[in-house]
Design a protein around this ligand. Structure first.
Ligand code: MLT
Length: 265
């Protein structure tokens, strides 16, 4: 459905009834990265998967898109959909950076967290500089080079060999991204807060999911988060990379359903 919000238009895939689960995609992708969760989760939950500002079919690209901008957008989308009850916020990578910010801004709106292949720390100075360069290059050259570079890092060697259609699909999503949105989100990520010190205060249930072969966010990174969050448990998905939910949907869905069943109100 198309949501005509005050700031811009958002494309949102929305199906099912029950307690709401918000699925927030990573960078530079769109809602289709959750295809592997769709059928399973919509059987028992109201599943909402927006294209973030500037990505997929949503509008609103701008020079810098901060994690707080994305979080504000998501709150507005939920308002417009009249979703008032606390949600399960499920985000992958950049979607996880947005989850921390959403939780900071709207704590009463989050019942529980599912964080896939993400980190709580801010960028190092070196990563920050490489993001600035990436933003400049994408505005000059477009997204072709990024699709190629990222696709090597997103998937595990096993997935690249056994499910090449997933790689092809995500490369085409990345190639069709608006360069302004890619540059804006890159700069937004480079400016994001460090949430490390906040982790011990997060009292809501959390499921952390990480592909065993994630080349962008190694398991050790997520283990550190799990160790600090009072109610978190970590599930490592064997053979999967950074896109664990897409690469290994059966294992990820089993972990999610188990967590939701244990923590349903
Ligand atoms: C993502 O998958 O969202 C990105 O790899 C996050 C990042 O660049 O830090």
């Amino acid at each position: 459905m198309l949501i005509q919000a005050a700031r811009t238009d958002f494309q949102v895939r929305d199906e099912g009834t029950g307690s709401p689960i918000l699925l927030v995609h990573g960078f530079p992708l769109d809602h289709s990265m959750w295809n592997g969760q769709w059928e399973t989760l919509t059987e028992s939950y109201h599943v909402i998967a927006p294209d973030l500002r500037g990505f997929g079919l949503s509008g609103g690209a701008k020079n810098v898109i901060t994690m707080a901008d994305f979080a504000d957008d998501l709150a507005e989308i939920l308002d417009m959909m009249r979703v008032d009850e606390p949600i399960t916020f499920c985000g992958l990578s950049m979607g996880g950076y947005i989850a921390w910010e959403f939780l900071r801004l709207f704590p009463e709106r989050v019942q529980r967290l599912i964080l896939c292949d993400t980190r709580a720390s801010a960028d190092t100075e070196t990563v920050r500089q490489s993001r600035v360069q990436l933003a400049e290059r994408v505005l000059e050259e477009g997204t072709g080079f990024l699709a190629q570079d990222m696709s090597k890092k997103l998937f595990s060697p096993l997935t690249r060999a056994s499910q090449p259609e997933l790689v092809t699909h995500m490369e085409s999503v990345m190639r069709s991204c608006d360069p302004l949105a890619v540059a804006g989100a890159t700069l937004g990520m480079s400016q994001r807060r460090d949430f490390t010190d906040f982790l011990t205060e997060i009292e809501i249930p959390a499921l952390l999911i990480c592909g065993s072969d994630d080349a962008i966010t190694p398991v050790s990174e997520m283990q550190t988060i799990a160790d600090q969050m009072p109610q978190a448990k970590l599930e490592i998905i064997p053979g999967a990379g950074h896109m664990a939910p897409l690469e290994a949907p059966a294992a990820v869905n089993a972990a999610i359903l188990n967590f939701l069943g244990e923590t349903d109100a």
